[in-house]
Design a protein around this ligand. Structure first.
Ligand code: 5AD
Length: 366
């Protein structure tokens, strides 16, 4: 494969993306190496941190794949107290992570909106505006997105899960709460409001083809997305999709395919932020390091209080560290440095693509 050619290539056909995703063996290793080079060239070698706070596992949705879906009666539901969230955020601030993500099951009630608003306000207050806040709270009304943005949240993650509407329908119930079009609308709203907007898909879904994944990447490109978080689909016993576990590609193949998706996204999308998903680590103890070596540049250490962590169980084998998260990061960094990467502290690490997007918007308006 020709690095120089791929590094600067901007126009992509579906066939070209499919052929990169189909790389195997030595060619696959070359793909990872090229993705890594593209990352160093367009996004640098820093790996940015986002302390992940899983605020609540109460969810109004019933997605067929997800362990915290509404109908799963086996889950002990929780909501963190304000104090618990602020303590976790303070920890991230003191450790100099510079950014946090607040994630939760999806609710659209006024009281939920209000609580999130309060949290955003208080986190911005105690950190003098220094702690960057990403929200990952599902589909919301545009006014709600706007309220949170005006209070200081500046990035939002909302996975599309699959951009093939047929696959999307196959993994969600057919109700007004689970509509592909609403998801698209929410992503447009986020962008219009001014969020750095992230999305992503699950990889290795039953019936998902490599062509579907190529279309997902084409969507990221067309939609001009700033950030990506994607990971392998992992079965969960207490979900309807567990019944399809025999139709899945192997765990090892899902792992490899996820790394290839990261690499191809990096090569095609260049300067965006890409998270190395925790779900990679559910398959391989050094899964996140492999994600970084394949082109990702963000990791999300879980800083949810221990009492709640075990109940935010989206898929099987979700990693739970017993030892301190700090010790873990130091070891992680040692391994990252070996591949030319380095964890960055004290900087938001915003998507460079977002800055480019704003600049070109300004230039067009001049
Ligand atoms: N396997 C992998 N990822 C999952 N998610 C939910 N359930 C699963 C699963 N079984 C992911 C979805 C969602 C994010 C919060 O977690 O992509 O957007």
């Amino acid at each position: 494969m020709n690095y120089q050619y791929l590094r600067d290539k901007r126009e992509w056909s579906s066939e070209e993306i499919v052929s990169l995703l189909a790389s195997e063996g030595d060619t696959m290793q070359q793909l990872f190496d090229i993705a890594s080079e593209v990352k160093f060239h367009y996004a640098g070698n820093k790996v940015y941190l986002r302390g992940l706070i899983e605020y609540s596992n109460i969810c109004a949705k019933d997605c067929f794949y997800c362990g915290i879906r509404k109908s799963n009666q086996e889950v002990r539901r929780y909501v963190l107290s304000e104090e618990e969230v602020l303590n976790a955020a303070r920890f991230a601030y003191e450790q100099n992570y510079a950014s946090i993500v607040i994630q939760a099951g999806e609710l659209e009630s006024p009281s939920f909106t209000r609580k999130i608003s309060q949290l955003v306000r208080k986190i911005k207050d105690f950190s003098n505006g220094e702690l960057g806040i990403t929200l990952s709270l599902g589909e919301q009304k545009k006014e709600t997105f706007r309220e949170w943005f005006e209070l200081g949240a500046h990035r939002y993650l909302l996975r599309i899960e699959s951009t093939n509407p047929i696959l999307f329908s196959a993994i969600h119930p057919d109700t007004s709460l689970h509509r592909f079009d609403r998801r698209l609308q929410a992503l447009s709203d986020l962008k219009e409001i001014g969020y750095q907007t992230g999305t992503g898909v699950m990889i290795g879904l039953p019936g998902q083809k490599i062509e579907d994944l190529a279309s997902d990447i084409q969507f990221f490109l067309d939609f001009d997305i700033d950030m990506i978080g994607m990971g392998p689909y992992l079965e969960h016993e207490h979900t309807p999709m567990f019944a399809q576990r025999n139709e899945l590609i192997s765990m090892a193949d899902r792992f490899e395919l996820t790394l290839k998706m990261i690499a191809v996204c990096r090569i095609v999308l260049k300067d965006i932020n890409i998270a190395s998903a925790t779900a990679l680590q559910a398959i391989h103890p050094e899964g996140r390091e492999h994600g970084i070596a394949a082109g990702a540049n963000v990791i999300m250490p879980n800083i949810t209080p221990d009492r709640a962590k075990a109940n935010y169980y989206l898929y099987e084998n979700k990693p739970m560290f017993k030892e301190g998260v700090q010790k873990h990061l130091i070891e992680l960094n040692r391994r990252l440095v070996a591949s030319g990467n380095e964890i960055a502290y004290g900087t938001w690490g915003d998507s460079l693509h977002f800055a480019q997007r704003l600049n070109s918007k300004r230039a067009n308006n001049d």
